[in-house]
Ligand binder design. Structure first.
Ligand code: NAD
Length: 362
């Protein structure tokens, strides 16, 4: 990346199902940003997931890894689908995601759970709970814990058994905690760290390390919550959360819960960050095979993921703001994709949404 020339290489993985459709809409918006702000985004399309299995026999070809490693950032739409469900776990399209996270060192997953005020009535929670909107940032550890720990099968007194080990090192907890505290500094200055330290040894280490990191951030308040309570509090009083810091498996579950209370999975972006500025950006949703190829998928999660890439990896905050403002204006003008539409709104498809939002970039 050459800062003063604003030239960037972006690896693009359209993936499966609705992936290519929402990616096209997102790239339309990115191209507009390039024109308006004088940036050059060189996008290199590569394969991962089911599309890669069909083409190369592997869900994560080496060429894809090489292109991602030499790019400034990676954009990924979604992978997976029923066509590949009969493959063994290790060969399935979704395995590409775990591979990319590990190989690219993407240990910090940021998932904003926001309710746009124009869409407050799409939340399944009562309006008195949601209030004027919602803005939680889930910071999930992404390359450690039980998903990457020792696993296996063995014979026991009760017959054949299987196990997966939850393990965290101090270093892994410290770096994700610093990510959470740094982000809280730019927000409402509160971190709630979620664990199960009343039962798990790995959680006791987690809590101890998070507490010691918090000493470096005197301006941020830190609270701890057991994961079962956190699951309850997210629906009871979600507005108490600013930054929610958590391990890989707890974050997997809680971030899906947080996204559901926003009521519109098609609106939610995410970022997975490595040390330094490198990151991979993708919508929270999957490949939605039930609506693929119909031009009805909501591309806003993809478009907002591109805004996150501009902000967190490329340091282009004005450009990121202009995408978010364009999305707000799109909603203000009464445009809706089919997943969030209702009476009195102008319902538009995937391509048209990308075109209108690109046009609204100022
Ligand atoms: P999904 O997110 O694909 O779909 C869940 C529901 O939400 C579906 O009814 C779908 O139509 C709807 N939906 C999702 N995105 C939408 C959008 N942008 N606009 C409108 N509606 C949308 O979850 P799923 O059905 O559990 O999974 C489908 C496939 O995607 C599976 O193979 C799964 O493994 C994979 N998946 C991939 C990722 C990823 O690539 N990061 C994440 C989750 C699931």
């Amino acid at each position: 990346m050459t800062d003063n020339e604003k030239k960037y290489n972006i690896a693009v993985i359209p993936g499966d199902g609705i992936g290519p459709e929402v990616m096209d809409a997102g790239l339309n918006v990115l191209a507009r940003i390039g024109d308006k702000f004088g940036c050059e985004f060189k996008t290199i399309k590569v394969l991962a997931g089911g599309a890669a299995i069909d083409e190369t026999g592997k869900c994560l070809p080496q060429e894809t890894v090489d292109v991602c490693k030499t790019s400034d950032a990676v954009l990924l739409a979604a992978v997976g689908g029923p066509k590949w469900n009969s493959l063994p776990g290790d060969e399935r399209p979704e395995r590409a995601l775990l591979g990319l996270r590990k190989i690219l060192g993407l240990y910090a997953n940021l998932r904003p759970a926001m309710v746009f005020s124009q869409l407050a009535d799409t939340s399944p929670l009562k309006s008195e709970i949601i209030g004027g909107g919602l803005d939680i940032l889930v910071v999930r550890e992404l390359t450690g814990g039980i998903y990457f720990g020792e696993k296996g099968t063995k014979e026991t007194e009760l017959g054949p058994a299987a196990y997966d080990v939850e393990q965290y090192s101090e270093l892994e907890v410290e770096r994700i905690a610093r990510t959470a505290f740094n982000l809280a500094e730019k927000r409402n200055k509160n971190v709630i760290s979620v664990d199960k330290s009343n039962v798990l040894e790995s959680s006791r280490l987690w809590r101890r390390v998070v507490e010691s990191v918090s000493a470096d951030y005197p301006g941020i308040t830190l609270d701890h919550m057991y994961v079962d309570n956190a699951a309850m509090q997210l629906v009871r009083n979600p507005r108490q959360f600013d930054v929610l810091l958590t391990s890989n498996i707890f974050g997997d579950i809680l971030s899906d819960e947080a996204s559901q209370i926003t009521g519109s999975i098609g609106m939610l972006p995410s970022a997975s960050l490595a040390d330094g500025n490198f990151g991979m950006y993708e919508p929270v949703h999957g490949s939605a095979p039930d609506i693929a190829g119909k031009d009805i998928a909501n591309p806003i999660a993809m478009i907002l993921s591109i805004a996150m890439m501009l902000r967190y990896t490329l340091g282009l905050s004005c450009e990121a703001d202009s995408i978010e403002n364009a999305v707000n204006e799109f909603l203000d003008k009464g445009y809706r994709t089919p997943d969030i539409t209702g009476e009195g709104y102008k319902t538009v498809g995937t391509k048209e949404t990308g075109r209108i939002i690109a046009e609204l970039i100022k």
